[in-house]
Design a protein around this ligand. Structure first.
Ligand code: AMP
Ligand code: TRP
Length: 334
């Protein structure tokens, strides 16, 4: 087995990138570039597991690409492309559909959440989505997968699939078992309206999230309206853990300022939330607005964005075909 480290991750082009995507994923994608070879994918085949309007999907693919670059990804250094342009993802997904087990998929909590109460009506794609995700990772024999905490179960499934493939086909260590890289401090940013719900692209209220494209005045307004409780900021981390909205705002602030939660609490204990909100808005405007500006600028140059995807696809395809050749042979396909 080659011990070269390769990172792979994917983001769905299903709408506005938000602060959760940035702090939970993109920021870490950027820093990993210094440590290993990185492959970052706009996972359009995952997006269509729930219906997407075709024109919106096309523009969201370009917007997610712009979000990657504006957040600091280097398209010369890392491979950046959209999933459907490398057909090996779909081919390996089929092979892995035959390795993965129905019982394993039945345990996936994201399917249960997304399919809602009427599971009979969910697309088959939504159900087998984790197998496609395993294919994304294993197609490049990726060793590390930077993601937010919501994806942990899917990475564990990818490891199970890799191990079963290696065992079933007597191909010891053929697929490395991918390691999830989940940020410790900020694995899950919560909605600004409900501290128990994840900040998400699909949440109806735009007040629930900070989008990377938000203008400064929108950010200030959203933070002002963010839900809090009526007590002052606590001095003690244990008490903070029991107050989800306070915990969320303070965690975001501590991440943006690179200070520990304890240090932030030392500064802010006893003060009321308006104090935190003023400081938090300032930090967000400083860190997020330049990214938003850059995204908007790039959206005016779709040729540049398409060129990035084309170069990425060429590089990804070479890697994918090399591995697929071996995989077909191992499975017995001629
Ligand atoms: P998605 O937007 O669901 O395609 O997610 C893209 C990446 O962002 C994945 O690594 C997710 O785990 C991460 N992510 C999405 N929402 C959040 C959130 N609210 N907090 C932390 N990470 C998130
Ligand atoms: N399922 C991930 C999400 O919704 C996106 C994704 C698809 C992914 N393929 C991947 C993440 C491979 C990491 C590795 O966020």
């Amino acid at each position: 087995m080659s011990n070269k480290m390769t990172a792979f991750s994917g983001v769905q082009p299903t709408g506005n990138l938000h602060l959760g995507n940035y702090l939970g994923a993109l920021k870490h994608f950027v820093s990993l570039q210094k440590k290993m070879e990185c492959i970052y994918c706009i996972v359009d085949l995952h997006a269509i597991t729930t219906f997407q309007k075709p024109e919106a999907l096309k523009s969201n693919i370009l917007e997610t690409t712009a979000g990657f670059i504006a957040s600091g990804l280097d398209h010369e250094k890392s491979i950046i492309f959209n999933q459907s342009s490398v057909s090996g993802h779909a081919e390996l997904a089929w092979i892995l559909n035959c390795v993965s087990r129905v019982g394993w998929l039945n345990r996936m909590t994201q399917f249960k959440d997304k399919a809602g109460s009427d599971k009979e009506k969910a697309s088959v794609g939504l159900y087998i989505y984790p197998n496609l995700m395993a294919a994304d990772i294993l197609l490049y024999k990726a060793t590390h997968v930077p993601v937010g905490a919501d994806q942990k179960q899917h990475i564990e499934l990818s490891r199970d699939i890799a191990l079963k493939f290696n065992n079933d086909f007597n191909a010891k260590n053929f697929f490395p078992l991918p390691e999830p890289l989940i940020p410790k401090k900020i694995s899950r940013i919560m909605s600004l309206r409900d501290g128990l719900k994840k900040m998400s692209k699909s949440e109806e209220s735009d007040y629930s999230r900070i989008n990377l494209k938000d203008e400064a005045d929108e950010i200030v307004k959203k933070i002002k309206k963010a839900k809090t409780d009526s007590k002052p900021i606590p001095s003690d981390e244990k008490e903070l853990m029991k107050r989800p909205e306070a915990l969320n705002l303070l965690t975001i602030y501590s991440d943006l300022t690179n200070k520990s939660i304890n240090d932030v609490l030392k500064d802010m204990a006893g003060k009321d939330f308006s104090h935190l909100k003023t400081n938090l808005s300032e930090m967000l405007v400083e860190k997020i607005c330049p990214i938003g500006k850059e995204i908007k600028k790039m959206l005016g140059d779709s040729i540049f964005l398409k060129e990035i995807l084309k170069k990425g696809r060429e590089k990804a395809n070479i890697r994918a075909e090399e591995n697929l050749k071996k995989i077909r042979d191992i499975v017995g396909l001629i």
